[in-house]
Design a protein around this ligand. Structure first.
Ligand SMILES: [Zn+2]
Length: 173
């Protein structure tokens, strides 16, 4: 039986105890952009916030793409979230290849080319990635100025979050 078939079967039990109140219009308080990595799935646990408060946008990396920016704007302006958290992590799969390498590898292993080189949003350094994300989100005019945009890195070995300052600390002159 496929995983999806098992899941569809399990869902029939889930629905028996489902609280229909949860079907009301959501009112999340904070938008969280994080990686597709399964180690980041327990966000209520990692952040100590109720699931209903979290508007979660997941993407590889996480990359703040144009789509993610649009989702953040909807989260802020339509759903009413009032803070944005960019949640990066150590040990990210997207740091283990470059876009160029993965394109070449898939071309070779499948014998087929993608119509255009795929943009995988690979990156090297989670700290630098976080700073670029903060800048990108902050600079969009539709993200309200009074909405805090902060970035953190989740350490997959310790479970701890560490905040990244938006600009690199200047070395003392
Ligand atoms: Zn990742």
């Amino acid at each position: 039986m496929s995983i999806i078939d098992k899941a569809l079967e399990a869902n029939r039990n889930y629905a028996k105890n489902y609280n229909p109140m949860l079907g009301k219009r959501p009112a999340p308080k904070i938008a969280v952009v994080t990686c597709m990595d399964p180690r980041l799935s327990d966000l209520p646990g990692i952040l100590g916030l109720p699931q209903a408060d979290l508007d979660v946008i997941r993407t590889g990396g996480p990359a703040v793409t144009e789509d993610v920016l649009a989702e953040l704007i909807v989260s802020n302006r339509v759903l009413g979230t009032s803070e944005i958290l960019l949640l990066n992590h150590t040990g990210c799969g997207f740091t283990t290849f470059t876009d160029h390498e993965l394109n070449a590898k898939l071309r070779a292993s499948t014998g087929d080319s993608s119509p255009a080189p795929m943009r995988f949003f690979s990156y090297k350094d989670p700290e630098e990635n976080t700073r670029e994300q903060i800048k990108k989100v902050r600079s969009h005019p539709w993200i309200a100025k009074d909405v805090p945009v902060r970035g953190v890195i989740f350490d997959v070995d310790s479970g701890l979050l560490r905040e990244v300052q938006p600009t690199e600390k200047q070395a003392a002159a």
